[in-house]
Write a protein that binds this ligand. Structure first.
Ligand code: ATP
Ligand code: MG
Length: 469
């Protein structure tokens, strides 16, 4: 305890109201193996949708974000989210997912829940904001104190501090002593005899008295926050793992991503999937001008995308004949624009066959000649479906950072040729008018070429693989 700090006041940070959830904004905590188990008390009555793990079990708490604000549709969003989570958990046993307030509880039905494995497995599911391994114990102050004492042992004892420092985990905020902490208590179940304030005081005193040398209270920037939620049982946790937020895939319609081997298009797909859109993808290749390596690279990128977007169909279109015809009949400075217009026509034709309602590209305003406003107007003009360009306002650094985060960057920078690089014009027209574009393709039979390309496309199923726990 720092001199002058009022111990009682400083360990208090409570909310007896259940409505607000302030935990989302929390920063990382000391990461430890949470091995301590609460003593087995009497089983709690299960109320409403509340989880049914045995007292003292560990389960996973995930927090809803945007979905919690949905009105009448909320159930549909939750069902889709649970479905998407269940799919990721299928390799880990049988799971029960329930919801109460803005919380989701995940527990294994056929054995103890491996909380770290669950959090890992659901990490790339869109639709929730964070997750925690949570210990569920009976509504009993003595059980709570014993459990906090065990947790404290794994955080504040000299041996634990040495171990945690050696681990250099992302969650270890500091190794310098004393370690600061606070208790944050929410008493949602008002029949619990102690107020949140009293619970915080009791637990705070317990810790500072047991580990006077290694702990101090800090309610503003603690190294560790111990959360206590008093519901039909007591839930105790101290680690919060941020998730990818967004909306569950399946709730935002279906779109066709134009997937090249570059950096931008996988990120564009990720962005649309994060808004709940289910994806298919289309890749144009021009064998033998572009090689098998380039195609395999795109298939690999589609697999990376499937981690977030779920299983998807990848359409691989043989674009060689279209490309060679364009080479003969289209003025060189308009080649890129006409190529883009042909890609969109073909993508739209396949999308309509498949019932997809939007086209998605990785274009960003001003990135290259084909992405000036005038060029984008020329490509938009041929599309009868909306074109989503989620990166339109991003600069390359932002896109690269996201590509690194989602794990596509290293694959994207492999140096295989794309048709856009093989058949690129030396001096493309940067500000074409629609009239220029229409004139440039006047000699092409665009309908026949579109039909030909569609007939020469193959569809690959890109499965979401089981993640290793
Ligand atoms: P990326 O934009 O993915 O980094 P890139 O920079 O090589 O790849 P651009 O020339 O910027 O591609 O093309 C703009 C967009 O057009 C891409 O983001 C992608 O959506 C689409 N596109 C380009 N080439 C192809 C292709 N061969 N197959 C499918 N889509 C493509
Ligand atoms: Mg690009």
């Amino acid at each position: 305890m720092h001199a002058g700090e009022n111990k009682r006041d400083s360990i208090i940070s409570t909310s007896d109201a259940s409505a607000s959830d302030s935990h989302e904004s929390s920063t990382p905590f000391l990461g430890v193996d949470t091995q301590g188990k609460a003593s087995q008390g009497s089983a709690d009555p299960v109320q409403g949708n509340a989880p049914t793990a045995l007292p003292g079990d560990e389960i996973v708490l995930a927090r809803l974000g945007e979905i919690a604000l949905k009105g009448l549709n909320r159930n549909r969003f939750e069902s889709q989210l649970f479905h998407n989570m269940q799919y990721r958990l299928r390799g880990l046993g049988k799971y029960k997912i329930t919801q109460s307030d803005s919380r989701i509880w995940i527990e294994r039905k056929d054995g103890p829940t491996d909380t770290k494995a669950v959090i890992h497995a659901i990490h790339d599911v869109f639709g929730y904001v964070s997750a925690s391994p949570v210990r569920r114990i009976p509504q009993d102050m003595e059980v709570l104190r014993n459990t906090v004492a065990k947790l404290g042992e794994s955080l504040f004892s000299e041996e634990a501090i040495r171990i945690n420092a050696a681990k250099k985990s992302d969650h270890v905020r500091t190794t310098s002593l004393p370690i600061s902490f606070k208790i944050e208590c929410k008493r949602i179940e008002k029949s619990f005899p102690l107020r949140s304030y009293d619970v915080c005081c009791s637990l705070g005193d317990l810790i500072t008295e047991r580990w006077p040398e290694t702990t101090r209270v800090d309610v503003h920037q603690p190294d560790v926050t111990i959360y206590v939620e008093i519901r039909e049982s007591i839930y105790l946790y101290h680690e919060i793992y941020p998730a990818r937020k967004g909306l569950p895939v399946g709730m935002g319609g279906k779109g066709m991503l134009l997937l090249s081997g570059g950096i931008d298009s996988p990120v564009a797909g990720y962005r649309m999937a994060s808004r709940g859109m289910r994806l298919e993808a289309i890749y144009f290749h021009t064998p033998p001008y572009t090689g098998e390596d380039a195609k395999i690279k795109v298939i690999d990128l589609a697999h990376i995308l499937a981690r977030y977007a779920g299983t998807l169909t990848l359409h691989i279109v043989n674009f060689t004949e279209v490309q060679l015809t364009m080479n003969k009949l289209v003025p060189e400075d308009m080649m890129t624009i006409v190529m883009r217009r042909m890609m969109l026509r073909i993508a739209e034709a396949i999308s309509r066959e498949r019932g997809l309602k939007a086209l998605i590209t990785g274009e960003s305003l001003g990135q290259v000649a084909s992405q000036t406003l005038e060029a984008l107007v020329c490509t938009d003009a041929v599309a009868g479906l909306p074109i989503f360009r989620p990166l339109i306002g991003c600069d390359k650094d932002e896109t690269v950072a996201l590509a690194q985060d989602i794990g596509s960057f290293e694959t994207s920078i492999l140096p295989y040729e794309d048709c856009c690089t093989v058949f690129v014009a030396k001096h493309p027209k940067t500000h074409p008018s629609l009239e220029n574009a229409e004139k440039a393709e006047a000699k092409l039979d665009v309908e026949a070429l579109t039909r030909l390309a569609v007939s020469q496309s193959e569809a690959l199923q890109i499965q979401l693989k089981n993640l290793e726990a």
